[in-house]
Design a protein around this ligand. Structure first.
Ligand code: HEC
Length: 154
């Protein structure tokens, strides 16, 4: 009897977690921006390894990574950041509320990333020295936005 009650309680708590996820209206937007960010991080990792000499310079791989980052940067907009989807209001979100209170500046940060990513496409396709020289501006565009608008994970 006791174990039946425990099972019933367990089932109830599992389905209430599922319900909470269903009721989070921002779950899809948060998942979408995480996917875009993770793809950029993967591509940045590839050119970063070449810049550090941990991977040999490969022009095709570098050019493709740079093209991916530029393409994703062009997709970023408020579409992936609906109002209300901030840290602690929406599950898995580390987006700070300043995104919406300083939205103009947030959009400037997106534009800055687009500019940096466009410049980096030329650098990455040139040679390893140009790639190295271009990394700072690109990484800087990522971290400038994260510093202002992303809650650091504990
Ligand atoms: C315009 C602002 C902005 C720019 C530019 C930006 N990010 Fe982000 N990034 C964010 C925000 C905000 C979050 C937190 C989103 C969330 O948790 O909902 C984030 C989260 C991330 C995450 C964590 C994803 C996860 O699954 O938790 C990674 C990785 C990341 N960004 C990589 C990058 C890289 C690499 C670049 C540059 C090529 C970049 N970002 C540029 C705003 C930005």
């Amino acid at each position: 009897m006791k174990s039946m009650l425990m099972i019933a309680a367990l089932v109830a708590s599992v389905s209430s977690v599922a319900r909470a996820e269903e009721e989070d209206p921002f779950a899809d937007a948060v998942e979408m921006r995480h996917g875009l960010m993770l793809q950029m991080a993967t591509d940045l990792g590839k050119v970063g390894a070449m810049a550090k000499g941990e991977a040999p310079y490969d022009q095709a791989v570098a050019a493709r990574a740079a093209a991916n980052i530029a393409a994703i940067a062009s997709v970023l907009s408020m579409d992936q950041f609906p109002a209300g989807s901030e840290y602690q209001a929406s599950a898995d979100s580390y987006a700070l509320p300043a995104i919406w209170t300083a939205q103009d500046d947030f959009l400037v940060k997106i534009a800055d990333l687009n500019t940096a990513a466009a410049g980096f496409q030329t650098a990455a396709a040139t040679d390893v020295d140009a790639l190295k020289a271009g990394m700072g501006a690109l990484g800087g565009a990522c971290s400038a936005c994260h510093k202002a608008y992303r809650q650091p994970e504990e």
